[in-house]
Every structure is written in C-alpha cells, then in structure tokens.
Ligand binder design. Structure first.
Ligand SMILES: [Zn+2]
Length: 190
C-alpha cells in the first residue's frame, strides 16, 4: 500500500500535544527536537495494566509525527524504513505547507499594497489609452510592487518601456514599475 501523509493538527500554544492525541507520548526531548527534524511519537501501551485512553481521544491510524509544531499522521509506512522515507515525507509535507502559506501571505500583502497604490496612481488617468486593470495587476505582481531599478516601493508609476507616442503598447511586456525618480531619469535620456 502507498504511504499516506496527512497534516492533521498542530501543537497547542504551549507546545503540547492536544488531548485528542493522548494515546501518544511526546517526550520533552522530542519537543525540543521537533523544531529541527521530524520526530515520531510512541503509542502508549493499552489494555490490562496499560493506560486508559480518555473519551476525548481520537483514534489515530498509523504513526504520528511532529515537525515544526505540526502533527502529521503517517499511514502505511514501510515496515522497515531504512532510508527514513517516512521522515523525509513528513518533512516535505510540512515545509511545502509552510512555504505555500508564506507565499499566500506575500500575495495578500501585494494585493493590499496594489489597492492602496491605485488610489494615488496618476499613470493611467493622464493617458489617452488607460492601462487595463488586469495588466496593471499583472505587472504589479511580476515586479513585486517595487521599482525595477532600485527596489523602492515609494511613489511608483507604470512606465512604458517603449513610450506610447513611439508606438509602444499597453501590454505587460511593454510595462514596468519605476519609482518617480527613475521614471524622470529615463524621461531625460530619451
Ligand atoms: Zn527607482
């Protein structure tokens, strides 16, 4: 069977295992290590003389891992995992999720900045042919909301690489973000 990796939960605010996972043991040593590498938790022994699992416990199939405060359930891991396949997959799943989350936050930030920028953007209103909104959004995202020359995010303007008057178009390939200073500078050299 194919191994299945699923991020099921995260550690509580004080870095403890939520009580739904009380069938597992999470040692202080593992808690310290989970920031740097995935750790596999041990299942408490059950039955006579064993630990009675409270009703709040969810039944977890397979193994439970913790990495970077995320709780990961691994089912159908290879019986003899000499290559550390499960560990690698857990690491990959968590890092991928966190990277996607960071990217999403970055995009939201970029959208918000674009909304602010639109309010005082004088580029389009002065032109006979305004730059379509979707093109402006595309260029804004592509250039990361910054001047392509100096990286400033202040006083930005859309610049036509080839000016409209010289036959340039309003396409994203002919547009770039420049700060006011660099846009002026460019104007002088043409
Ligand atoms: Zn600049």
């Amino acid at each position: 069977m194919k191994m299945k990796i699923e991020i099921v939960d995260e550690l509580t605010a004080d870095d403890c295992l939520p009580k739904e996972f009380s069938e597992f043991e999470f040692s202080p040593d593992q808690n310290a290590r989970q920031v740097n590498e995935p750790v596999q938790l041990t299942r408490k022994s059950q039955g006579i003389g064993g630990i009675i699992i409270p009703d709040t416990s969810r039944v977890t199939r397979g193994d439970l891992w913790v990495y970077r405060h995320r709780i990961v359930q691994v089912t159908d891991a290879p019986a003899r995992d000499r290559d550390g396949l499960a560990m690698t997959e857990v690491q990959h799943a968590v890092l991928k999720q966190q990277k996607a989350f960071e990217k999403m936050k970055g995009e939201i930030e970029l959208f918000k900045e674009f909304e602010k920028f639109k309010k005082f953007d004088g580029t389009s209103s002065a032109q006979r042919e305004p730059i379509p909104e979707d093109v402006r959004m595309f260029v804004w995202r592509r250039d990361g909301g910054r001047c392509v020359k100096c990286g400033s995010n202040k006083n930005l303007e859309f610049d036509h690489v080839i000016p409209l008057a010289e036959g340039g178009s309003n396409s994203e390939r002919n547009l770039q973000l420049l700060c006011e200073t660099h846009n002026r500078q460019k104007g002088k050299t043409i």
